[in-house]
Design a protein around this ligand. Structure first.
Ligand SMILES: Cc1cc2nc3c(=O)[nH]c(=O)nc-3n(C[C@H](O)[C@H](O)[C@H](O)COP(=O)(O)O)c2cc1C
Length: 191
């Protein structure tokens, strides 16, 4: 392949000191690869208005999110667990993707799911993101999901503390890169 693949991670927490945003920053080093351009879109730093199909697309952050999403070959959805669900901020960002209907949403792209939570972990958000991935016409990456319970204690200054999670993150990144290349190389099958 002669050009880099583009992977866009969208992280859906807007709290100051967000552990999810920290996890997203940590994930960057796992995607460091000569073939990959990995970019994090942090909804805390780039807040979006509430989705409203009636309003025009004149918000700069919405425009940027949609542009980066169209350009991306693969995506990562990163959510905290909030009340057994994905965050409202991430759900709202996915709802803005309704404007991608003309290009058939995320058709032919692969999505990996990552997140953290308190004692119950990220399973509520993860299941919802699996369903949203399907509804956006994307392909859910099989096998590896990064789900970090008790996330505040799991994150060190610049990495996951436990080897088990570092191993999982490594496998997550390697698999997502592999599948994203595979889908990109075969994009014509999807057209
Ligand atoms: C509004 C809210 C709801 C939460 N609900 C849950 C929950 O249902 N299950 C759980 O395990 N943790 C829950 N937590 C804990 C968070 O998942 C945990 O604090 C995580 O660090 C939040 O990510 P953030 O720091 O990016 O906001 C909740 C936290 C908040 C702020």
């Amino acid at each position: 392949m002669n050009s880099k693949i583009k992977i866009l991670a969208i992280t859906g927490a807007v709290r100051p000191d967000s552990q999810t945003a920290k996890l997203a920053q940590i994930s960057k080093k796992y995607f460091r690869n000569d073939d990959v351009e990995y970019r994090v879109f942090d909804l805390g730093k780039n807040p979006l208005p509430m989705y409203d199909a009636k309003i025009s697309l004149n918000n700069a952050n919405v425009q940027l999110l949609l542009k980066l999403t169209v350009e991306a070959d693969g995506l990562v959805f990163i959510s905290p667990e909030y009340h057994g669900s994905m965050s409202g901020a991430l759900k709202n960002a996915l709802d803005w993707m309704d404007f991608l209907e003309d290009i058939d949403f995320l058709h032919g792209k692969v999505v990996g799911i990552m997140g953290g939570g308190g004692s119950f972990g990220n399973s509520g958000a993860t299941v919802q993101l699996m369903m949203a991935t399907r509804a956006l016409h994307a392909w859910l990456m099989p096998d590896v999901i990064v789900n970090v319970p008790r996330i505040r204690k799991a994150l060190g200054e610049d990495d996951l503390i436990e080897e088990m999670y570092r191993t999982r993150m490594t496998k997550f990144a390697n698999n997502l890169i592999k599948y994203t290349k595979m889908f990109k190389e075969n994009r014509k099958i999807f057209n």
